[in-house]
Design a protein around this ligand. Structure first.
Ligand code: NAP
Length: 310
């Protein structure tokens, strides 16, 4: 079997090639750019593949996304139709996202930015906030990551609600389903966490209209994709005080350019797409296990639904 690897950073491509070579004895693993005959490629393991690159591999059996989302693969207008796309998901990613969401929700809940400012001013200023059961927290997207995050927040005692495409039951979480229930989900929500996949339906969903439905002075945490957010609408909502604070892990352009206004905004916390960044050794094992399973059975549990977009 031949596996072609592509990541926009050459050194990261090299790392994946080395890791998968070790984990898949007997398979040929190489950087996509180093494979002279694309007809030899059985599997492609990619992050943000170059448009048209996958279409040049006529015998491709499956595409593996280095990550839970598949939007970066579907963004290729020449993507060969019908080739299965395998997501990279697992307990490790879910655990990391639970930690990130708990950290940032608690930080907003306990108004840590205000408390830290008081410390800088040597001001013994006690910020007293409502207890978690009186704090309304909403999670958009209740898949692998969103459901785990919502359960974690409910476990911490927050009045937790979640929004998904289809109805489901999650202990301690009030679930709203479908576009018709979006406003009911948003109404009065004080801390909003976005864990939706990026699709036609969800692109730009974090906009002025949505911010206007949240509680006055709500906080927003975007740890899904940069294109979910209408940047200008967030700046306007922060400037007007409609939104008090935002935590952003993902951006339209990554790495975030040095001159981006996000870096210095006093009400924005920037993290470099690390909410659930998997460590290399674990990621390699997940991908190798999926490839072996797919090769053996023609399927695997982490297959995405390309028509649905996630
Ligand atoms: N920042 C990071 O480090 C990081 C790491 C990994 C992933 N991510 C992002 O997190 C996203 C979510 O990952 P996941 O593994 O949890 O995804 P997932 O398992 O595919 O779940 C997606 C969830 O979103 C819901 N959904 C999809 N379209 C919707 C719509 N139009 N309206 C309402 N709900 C909708 C789905 O509803 P149903 O349940 O009804 O289908 C499902 O609950 C990824 O796509 C990726 O963009 C970020």
């Amino acid at each position: 079997m031949t596996v072609a690897v592509y990541h926009p950073l050459e050194e990261t491509t090299r790392w994946w090639v080395d890791a998968l070579t070790e984990l898949l004895p007997g398979w040929q693993v190489a950087a996509m750019d180093e494979i002279a005959d694309p007809a030899r490629v059985d599997y492609a393991v990619v992050w943000r593949p170059r448009p048209g690159a996958l279409a040049r591999c006529p015998n491709l059996r499956a595409i593996v996304s280095i990550g839970a989302g598949i939007d970066h693969v579907l963004a290729d207008p020449a993507l060969p139709r019908g080739v299965p796309i395998i997501r990279t998901v697992g307990r490790d990613l879910t655990q990391r996202m639970r930690e990130y969401v708990a950290l940032h929700v608690l930080r907003h809940h306990r108004d840590m930015p205000r408390q830290l400012q008081a410390q800088r001013e040597r001001d013994w200023h006690a910020v007293v906030v409502p207890v978690a059961p009186r704090r309304s927290v909403g999670v958009m997207g209740l898949g692998n990551l969103g459901a785990a995050a919502a359960r974690t927040l409910a476990g911490l005692g927050f009045a937790t609600r979640g929004w998904a495409r289809t109805q489901k039951s999650l202990d301690g979480v009030e679930v709203f389903a479908g576009p018709d229930r979006l406003d009911a989900f948003l109404d009065g929500c004080e801390i909003l966490v976005n864990l939706l996949p990026l699709t036609r339906d969800t692109s730009g969903i974090l906009d002025a209209r949505l911010f206007g439905r949240l509680a006055e002075g709500a906080c927003v945490i975007n740890c899904a994709r940069g294109a979910h957010l209408v940047d200008a609408d967030l700046f306007a909502a922060l400037d007007s005080g409609r939104i008090k604070q935002a935590t952003l892990d993902v951006f339209h352009e990554e790495p975030l350019p040095a001159d981006s206004p996000f870096w210095d905004h006093p009400a924005i916390t920037v993290t470099p797409h690390i909410a659930s960044r998997i460590d290399a050794a674990t990621g390699g094992k997940l991908i190798a296990a999926n490839l072996r399973e797919f090769e053996r059975t023609g399927s695997c549990p982490d297959l995405a639904d390309a028509a649905r977009g996630y």
